[in-house]
Design a protein around this ligand. Sequence first.
Ligand code: GAL
Length: 419
Amino acid sequence: MSKLRKNVMMLAMLCAGGAAGSAGAEQKSVEVVHWWTSGGEAAALKVLKDDIARRGYAWKDSPIVGGGGDQERIVLRARVASGNPPDAVQLLGMTITDYAKEGLLGNIDAVAQKEGWAQVVPPPLQKFARFKGHWVAAPVNVHRTNWIWANKAIFDELKLTPPTSFDELVGLADTIRKAGYIPLAHGGQPWQEATLFDNAVMSAGGPKFYKQALIDLDPKALGSKTMEKAFEQMQKLRTLVDPHFSGRDWNLATAMVIHKKAAMQIMGDWAKGEFVKAGKKPNVDYLCFQYPGTAGTFIFLSDQFASFKVKEQQRPSQMVLVSTVMDREVQEKFSLLKGSIPARTDVQMDKFDDCGKQSMVDLKQASRSGALLGSFAHGYAMPEATQVVVKNVVSQFFNSDQSPAQATRQLASAVAHGM
Ligand code: GAL
């Protein structure tokens, strides 16, 4: 046999072995459905991917593009209905509970007990990660929606300081516009408008009202004058955006602030992930502060990985995935890139920047004062079916010339009738 032929044969044998090896590895894989496709999101997700690889498992990536996860939830429904759930799914609050109620989530108590999750996950997150006492999801982080992200150079140039009242915010906008910048970077998608609404409701009515209206769904609060005030804020915010906002992705809106086209963005702290990715530093390149009228409150959400009931042979992979998600070091690295703070309470905050540290301090304080409340926009206030209905009302208002009084009436009626 010629030397060349021998080499080719050896190569072929190696490849065959490799293929058999990868068929084996195929079983040791975990399919994860998520919507983390922006620069900052993908960078954070890589922390999970790398840890899974380190544990000898292949990560089967199933991204479903669309910030806030609206698309993901639709696709997931279809997959679950056809009896083909993924091993793990990034999900938010009430959607986890909805699936658990339908009996579709598998119990991950064994790993939770072994690793002592109950001792390190704060009760407001456990409320969604557990169903009837059993763990069905693993929370990776805590995000907050009542933030404003501002371009520091614009603020310095125009001698602006963070607004402490809503009227002050609108006042700043005039100065910003006159200087040739867009006051507010916004992406016209229902979930982004819903994120503004989290803020407007908290600012107009305070934590007690926010809870009555968006969590308890109290008809009186939903149809109240205070709710009208929240819609008035939405109406004014609408005047601060540029004409091309419709359909824009949230991370493109963040890029407008990063690149000094717009002065501010009202967005959850995943926006910080984009600043981090762009190498920008808080208090040097950008500012983070609370939406006026919401200081001291904390509108939270937590990204969790829910475990659907899967075939027995996939159970070990599922366990490995949730164990990765709950790993202390993974949670630290992940949140440093994602803009969130870790779900685990035993992660040191010394590596976090000022915005992250502030978030942790505010979280603790808000938790003591009853101002730590779940985000409506991101699934932590009301069941998903109601959330969809409310999002429609809010988005329709933002994109039409409806009056705040009309929108308030429509909101109360839509929640009452579920449409
Ligand atoms: C939120 C999610 C965040 C974030 C954002 C934008 O619902 O919890 O992790 O990435 O959507 O996609």
